[in-house]
Structures are given as C-alpha cells and as structure tokens.
Design a protein around this ligand. Structure first.
Ligand SMILES: [Zn+2]
Length: 139
C-alpha cells in the first residue's frame, strides 16, 4: 500500500471502510519504507556538520562534533556520487496500546502524539541515522 508514512497507511486503511475493530486486531504492524540513492563508498567525503544543521537535527548537541558525508563522483559510480540505493524504514507495530487507540476511534493526530511521546522512531529518524553513518547524504 502506498503512503508517506505508517500513519498515512492507517488513514488509507480506515478510508477503505475496513472496520476499525478488525483493523486493530488483524494488522500486526505497518512497515513503511522509501528508497534513497546510496553514497558511493569509493568517493564519498566526510565533513563536519555546520552548527545550524547540527542544531536542526540534534537537540543538545552543542559540544559534540557530528560528521556527515557528501557525494563527490568517481569512475566507480560513473561520477554520480551514488552507487545503488538503500531503504529508509519505519515500523509501526500494533501493540495492545495502539490497537486500543485505533479501536477507540482515535484520530491519527492523537495516535501520533501518543507514539511520539513514547519516542517512536519514524522514517526521518532512520534517515538521520543513515546520514550520520555515511550511507546517504543529508536531505
Ligand atoms: Zn564514486
């Protein structure tokens, strides 16, 4: 099913008039993913993340040096800077508490708030993780 995030998928499923009760009991989780071009290992270059970008991505990171990677281009990657692709993912698992929220008819905003309070690791989280590991460049 197409959707920008797990939450879109819930909206899509409920729009299909699938009974919320059945949805909450029969879906065990939603895995969302998108593919991004993977940085070429032979030429990617590490650089120190500028302070304003660091602040945007990480709170409380003032005293930390954080590095990211950028594309360069070489014969291995036909000068594109990328070689292959990599999946950015998030998994929204329908544990009991989530099932209850859906069954109770809570809207997506309420479900989202609940999840983010529990530090739900969304696609952006996975993306940043892979940026710092040098697998992809900074969005
Ligand atoms: Zn290359």
């Amino acid at each position: 099913m197409q959707g920008k995030s797990s939450f879109d998928t819930i909206i899509n499923l409920t729009n299909l008039n699938i009974d919320r009760n059945r949805l909450s009991q029969s879906v065990i989780g939603i895995l969302s993913q998108k593919l991004l071009p993977k940085l070429c290992n032979d030429c990617k270059q590490r650089y120190l993340l500028p302070p304003e970008k660091k602040q945007e991505l990480f709170k409380n990171s003032e005293n930390q040096k954080i590095y990211a990677y950028c594309k360069i281009g070489c014969p291995t990657c036909a000068n594109t800077g990328y070689k292959g692709s990599i999946a950015i993912q998030e998994l929204l698992s329908f544990e009991d508490d989530i099932q209850k929220l859906i069954f109770a008819g809570k809207n997506i905003k309420e479900i989202k708030n609940y999840l983010y309070k529990r530090e739900f690791q969304d696609m952006r989280y996975d993306e940043i993780k892979k940026e710092i590991r040098g697998l992809i460049d900074i969005a």
